[in-house]
Design a protein around this ligand. Sequence first.
Ligand code: FES
Ligand code: FES
Length: 225
Amino acid sequence: MFHNVRQFNGYQFLTLSSRKLSRLSEEAQEKAHLRSGRSKNIETRRPNLHLRGMVFELHSLSLRVNGVEKTLDIEARVSLLDALRDHLHLTGTKKGCNQGACGACTVLVDGERINSCLALAMQYEGREIRTIEGLANGELHPLQQAFIEHDGFQCGYCTPGQICSAVGMLFEFAAGAPSAVTKEGGKLELTDAELRERMSGNLCRCGAYVGIREAILQAQEVMAR
Ligand code: FES
Ligand code: FES
């Protein structure tokens, strides 16, 4: 069952993926709670398997997501992405590369876009987090509507990240924030070069870039009214 087992000094050590580790941790936490009724510090033990010195400590954390206060008990190492998906079951935010390269996990924090796979959930206590589930307000957000009208997706996996990123990008643009291709002293215009540069952190493996471009330009107009 475990493939990456190494022997050292009579002990067996495992290399586990974070998903496996968190599953193991949850299992062990349940056992620890059953044993002590209150302790949150636990050590896992299994036949032939000693995870020596591995202590899982839970921290109580309050996150404000889509206008609702949520409390959760998590380890300090849990990313904001995993907290949203695995603990709060907001699976609209997607996990692509899990290393900051694809933008699938983009969410808005206090209106600014971030890659939630690179952020620790513990850092975002008291901040206003908005995910794709919280963008519509009675009716679809102009960007959601525009993505539908312009076929801004194919499989849709990158779409929540594209939309959240575009929301943040349009606010940055409206606030006059320059990008790497903005000419000094020139008029700020959302040219194709600007759009490409500003959305370059969001990859679409289906190549739906033509529709994505049109959707963002339409939404910019709608949001400016
Ligand atoms: S999953 Fe976060 S950038 Fe790819
Ligand atoms: S629509 Fe499939 S990855 Fe973008």
